[in-house]
Write a protein of this length. Structure first.
Length: 323
């Protein structure tokens, strides 16, 4: 992969337009302030509860924006995508809202719950190998066969702009906000939040958090160019993907820091969110909070927002024990 040059593929205007376009189709998710956790960590902790979004994840935002942005001619062709789960369900839902076909590729190691979610919208996913290359190849073959429009899970600009609406809402919902922690896989959510937040309030710090077993963004930042994943077995299944060509330059230029977290930290964070904030987070959705717990001293006394990116938890897949 090679990073494109030139200006970012999305702007604040794109994100604001997305906010208007998707308003009738997504939830303006609440911010949950948890006094117990805030006292324990020594900072003000506000959870942006995207687990309460349609399809149980922030992906509903980008999918709706992308599908509703299509011309009538393109929409009639339908849409195709590849995803480990949440984006897949989001595209299936968005296509249904517009009344157009959806063709979806999912990795064979996707959560059964997420496969079932796609099927609940009347779409039977095509399964493939877990690597980014295998997903992209299967989606390309499906696109060639159907003539559908590709809506990439994080590289399509309209998807990135839709995800950026999370950042707009946070700035409106949390007064005196000083820091935001965002999980990163392909980088669509992180890139969108960065453009929104850093354009409006550049003094707000934005931190990426990534599983140590899916550290391609960390390695990419060190190398100065997108690096491929080396494995696909982190419990945070939504983050088993490669950082994007379009998302990486935005992240590289705007992110304040990146934290890597262990599998044990992710599982512990899930349990703490459930016990103390009374919210359900899937592993990927708990990654940002794991980063805050592991680096609490960096946030002492600061008003901090943590994005719970999804809540599609399959309880049979992991044990929420203290590790």
């Amino acid at each position: 992969m090679s990073s494109p040059t030139g200006p970012p593929v999305i702007t604040l205007d794109d994100i604001r337009s997305a906010q208007q376009r998707i308003a009738d189709y997504v939830v303006r998710t609440p911010v949950i302030n948890c006094e117990v956790i805030s006292k324990r960590l020594g900072c003000g902790v506000s959870f942006k509860a995207e687990n309460l979004q349609h399809v149980g994840a922030f992906k509903a935002r980008g999918a709706v924006n992308a599908v509703m942005s299509l011309s009538e001619e393109d929409a009639r062709r339908g849409v195709v995508t590849h995803s480990s789960g949440n984006h897949a369900a989001a595209i299936a839902r968005a296509a249904g809202l517009r009344g157009i076909p959806a063709f979806i590729v999912m990795p064979e190691n996707a959560s059964p719950k997420k496969i079932a979610a796609v099927e609940s919208y009347g779409v039977s996913p095509v399964l493939c190998g877990p690597s980014t290359q295998q997903r992209e190849q299967a989606a390309a073959e499906l696109q060639q066969r159907t003539g559908a429009i590709l809506v990439h899970p994080f590289e399509t600009p309209a998807v990135m702009a839709g995800q950026g609406t999370v950042g707009l809402e946070l700035l409106e919902q949390v007064s005196g906000l000083e820091a935001i922690l965002v999980p990163v896989g392909g980088g669509g959510l992180l890139a969108g939040v960065l453009v929104a937040v850093k354009t409006i309030r550049p003094e707000v710090k934005v931190y990426a958090v990534e599983p140590a077993l899916a550290d391609d963004t960390a390695r990419s930042l060190k190398a100065g160019s997108p690096q491929p994943p080396t494995r696909y077995d982190t419990v945070a299944d939504g983050l088993r993907t490669q950082i994007g060509d379009h998302t990486f330059p935005i992240i590289e230029s705007l992110v304040d820091d990146l934290f890597l977290v262990s599998e044990a930290s992710i599982l512990s964070a899930m349990r703490t969110i459930a016990e103390d904030a009374h919210l359900v987070a899937e592993p990927s959705g708990a990654v940002a909070f794991a980063g805050l717990i592991d680096n609490a001293d960096r946030f002492a006394g600061r008003s901090t927002a943590v994005i719970i990116s999804g809540g599609n938890l399959n309880f049979g897949d992991c044990q929420l024990g203290r590790n």
